[in-house]
Ligand binder design. Structure first.
Ligand code: GLN
Length: 438
């Protein structure tokens, strides 16, 4: 039986953070700690003692710095918003608090969630806890590293093109990008509205599921959110796994993932089917014009009058590139050329996946096409953008996808990604759980 109180648990995590993380030390996962956490932990313990605590009682949760938590700083790891204290709780945060989850602090990330490695943060890169000279992945770098380092139990991240799954893969933890609409985006600072979803990172499938079940569901404040039933892990029988043909930078990753899938399929009696998904290689080309256009329009509110500084004067290179690029491609004379074209391609890719799911129940592939690079030695712009190739497909289609650890190459974690049909979180969690057990 676990006799540890929330207060003791919090203190244990704070001691770890004090030793290995905070204020630029070693990992650099946290940007801010919740100064009321101890008080809140005691309140939660009192509720536990009275038998009145919620589903998350005892869990210590970190939050990506682009989600509003009343009184804490939603800086998006940018100088633009570095002094911006949230004046309200995002819906996911109210739900966590209602269920007595304890918020420990705000985590580092790529600036405004634009990136792959955590290196675009204005407050320094996050180190990968499994291999300290490497990047943690991004953009939810701090959330993944905090979970992997044992600084908290679970973390919230946001995923626009892979930002939960990519760092989960690189840091060897579980990361879920839910179906579009499963979780309210109210209180999340937009990166690309039509792709963004909030999700969970955790050390195991059960904890990721626990948090997702609390935060999901219809919210009057987000018209794209939908009501849904509790997600449950169930025994998986007669499963057909689709394995798509894809190009991948590092063959060792595909081999490792395929080996893992073959092994579990054999034990469980699941079938494997090779898939030809027609436009699967067009993800990145489709994703970026939409990101640039929507990001440009979303950042117009940061004009220095209402929130923080004027973004163009205070942001880093990657963010500026997207704002200027977005401004150009949304000009009237380019109408139809980029954004519209990308939207049509998006529909085509959606149809391709619908078609693929007629032949299988889940699709499995690696999470990232390459291993994390050394901090400060980016492989170049094209290679950086290409790291989204296998994750952005879930955002383009709206489908749910979960990344779980598949093994290691040269001692570096490698993630395996399970895609499901729209709102079929039950199945991807069930398959993830069986795979984790094996
Ligand atoms: N790497 C992708 C990008 O930079 C995804 C970011 C994200 O999911 N927030 O756009």
């Amino acid at each position: 039986m676990n006799t540890e109180t929330t207060e003791q648990r919090l203190k244990k995590y704070l001691a770890e953070i004090e030793k290995n993380d905070y204020k630029g030390k070693k990992i650099n996962a946290f940007l801010e700690l919740n100064s009321r956490a101890l008080e809140e932990a005691r309140e939660i313990d009192e509720k536990i003692a009275k038998g009145r605590a919620g589903k998350l009682a005892g869990k210590v949760i970190a939050v990506k710095a682009n989600i509003n938590v009343l009184g804490l700083t939603a800086s998006c790891a940018s100088h633009t918003l570095e002094d911006y204290k949230s004046t309200y709780d995002a819906t996911v945060i109210s739900r966590i608090k209602e269920q007595d989850g304890l918020i420990i602090g705000m985590t580092n990330m790529d600036e405004f969630a634009c990136g792959w490695s955590g290196e675009t943060s204005a407050f320094g890169a996050t180190r990968n806890p499994c291999c300290l000279d490497k990047v943690a992945g991004g953009s939810s770098s701090g959330s993944a590293a905090a979970v992997a380092s044992g600084f908290c139990d679970i973390a919230l991240g946001s995923d626009t093109g892979g930002s939960i799954r990519n760092p989960a893969s690189h840091c060897g933890v579980v990361g879920i990008k839910p179906s579009y609409g499963l979780v309210s985006r109210y209180g999340l600072i937009d990166m690309t509205m039509s792709f963004d979803q909030i999700g969970a990172l955790a050390r195991n499938v059960d904890d990721a599921l626990l948090l997702l079940n609390v935060i999901k569901g219809k919210d009057e404040k987000d018209a794209t959110s939908l009501s849904s039933e509790e997600i449950k892990i169930k025994p998986v029988k007669n499963l057909i796994i689709g394995i798509p043909k894809i190009k991948i930078t590092d063959d060792r990753i595909w081999r490792l993932v395929k080996d893992k899938v073959n092994k579990i399929a054999k034990i469980k009696g699941w079938k494997i089917k090779e898939l030809e998904i027609k436009h699967i290689d067009l993800g990145v080309q489709t994703y970026y014009p939409i990101v640039f256009s929507e990001f440009f329009s979303g950042t117009r509110k940061f004009d220095g009058r209402r929130y923080g500084k004027k973004i163009e004067d205070s942001c880093g290179e990657e963010v500026l590139k997207r704002i200027l690029g977005g401004e150009i491609i949304t000009q009237a004379e380019f109408e139809g050329k980029y954004y519209r074209k990308a939207l049509s391609a998006r529909e085509v890719i959606k149809k391709d996946f619908e078609q693929a799911f007629k032949d299988c129940d889940v699709i499995i592939m690696p999470t990232t096409p390459c291993l994390p690079w050394k901090i400060g030695s980016s492989p170049g712009m094209e290679a950086e953008y290409a790291t989204d190739a296998l994750t952005c497909l879930a955002n383009i289609t709206g489908l749910p996808a979960i990344s779980i650890p598949a093994g290691k190459i040269d001692n570096i974690p490698v993630g395996l990604q399970i895609y499901g049909k729209m709102f079929d979180e039950n199945l991807i969690f069930s398959v993830a759980k069986e795979t984790e057990k094996s």
